[in-house]
Design a binder for this molecule. Structure first.
Ligand code: TYM
Length: 338
């Protein structure tokens, strides 16, 4: 019997709001790389999302290209994955309008990321920050993604996307694939090195609390060595708040070296934090140095990046137009005869 096997689609995105951190790498990008071989993979830089906070235009352009270069530098292959910039494809904002008409204000108000961001002193609470999850739902549904690799902090947004997809399918007819998040068991929430009870962020962590993928090795080593630990001596993975610093460092160590946490605990039994941090600094710099080197080379080759982006936009646009026209037809918008 012949089976019609459809290759599943995987899609994700990163905001070009700052330097990508090892949190982005461990929580999301490692899965991007792992899954690109077996799926129709689309990875974008979500520049429109970045506009929800004020951006310097020149810096935004530079950061957007730098994220594309980092995608390639970590191992995403433009021959296998569609790499593109969100604003290069018509359809994301159009579909967001349709989906916004199916989303409740209450649902948006419940989003923890919106609540956190808008609660910050002096926050710029604009409409885009509030409707951001609708644009993210549109990014995902426009390509009928089956899987969405993300870190823990984006899980709620993917859940809202699922609810919106189910609602649309129910109201009109089966149209959207209901996507599943792919969240790593370990490393889905890498914490700030100076405040290990808060997430490491591209912009919300202070410089000494984060490690960027393209930081200088000397900076990386210094940040690891000055990471907050506790007044104890034991290198163990514990859920206790006072162990949050060591827990986070063990998680980073394990994810970058491939050594299980239990084996790390055994390796460092009876040893001091100093030795552990020194080894970790070596592991992190060894993992990041080739990424930085490749990124720096790619940033000098703007013609190559332009070609990757042109191909990516073209492939993504073809899919986006098909989906958008299907959605417009199903919702009752008049289409011109071809
Ligand atoms: P963004 O740009 O904040 O983060 C990119 C990805 O990195 C993950 N991440 C982390 N993982 C572990 N530890 C951390 N400290 C950490 N910080 C960030 C995030 O969970 C995310 O997977 N709204 C999204 C971008 C987006 C998107 C999409 C994602 C827009 N459209 C469609 C998937 C599909 C965001 O702001 O991610």
């Amino acid at each position: 019997m012949e089976e019609n096997i459809k290759i599943k689609t995987i899609l994700s995105g990163i905001k070009p709001t700052g330097q990508l951190t090892i949190g982005n790498y461990i929580g999301a990008m490692k899965n991007f790389i792992r899954l690109q071989d077996d799926y129709d993979a689309l990875y974008m830089v979500v520049d429109l999302h970045a506009l929800t906070v004020p951006q310097d235009p020149k810096e935004l352009r530079q950061k957007t290209l730098s994220v594309i270069a980092q995608y390639i530098a970590v191992g995403l292959d433009p021959e296998k994955s569609t790499l593109f910039i969100q604003s290069h494809v018509t359809g994301h904002t159009e579909l967001a309008w349709v989906l916004g008409c199916l989303t409740g204000l209450g649902e948006l108000s419940r989003m923890t990321q919106f609540k956190d961001k808008s609660a910050k002193p002096g926050a710029n609470i604009n409409a885009g920050l509030y409707t951001y999850p609708i644009l993210m739902a549109s990014d995902i549904l426009l390509y009928n993604a089956d899987l969405v690799p993300v870190g823990d902090d984006q899980k709620q947004h993917v859940e809202l996307t699922r609810d919106i997809a189910i609602r649309f399918n129910h109201r009109y007819s089966d149209t959207f694939t209901v996507p599943e998040p792919v969240i790593p068991k370990s490393g889905a929430r890498i914490m700030d090195l100076q405040d290990p009870l808060s997430k490491m962020g591209k912009t919300d962590s202070g410089e000494s609390g984060r490690i960027a993928l393209i930081d200088d090795p000397a900076v990386v080593a210094k940040r690891i060595k000055s990471a907050v630990t506790d007044s104890g001596t034991e290198i163990i993975y514990s859920d206790k708040d006072e162990k949050a610093g060591i827990r986070n460092l063990l998680t980073i160590y394990s994810n970058l070296s491939g050594i299980q946490v239990a084996d790390l605990e055994a390796k460092y039994a009876g040893k001091g934090y100093g030795e552990f941090k020194k080894d970790l600094a070596d592991i992190v710099t060894q993992s990041l140095s080739p990424i930085k080197q490749k990124h720096d080379e790619l940033m000098k080759n703007k013609d190559y990046l332009d070609e990757v982006l042109r191909n990516g936009a073209e492939k993504a646009q073809n899919k986006a137009w098909k989906m958008l026209s299907k959605v417009y037809r199903k919702t009752g918008l008049v289409q011109l005869k071809r």
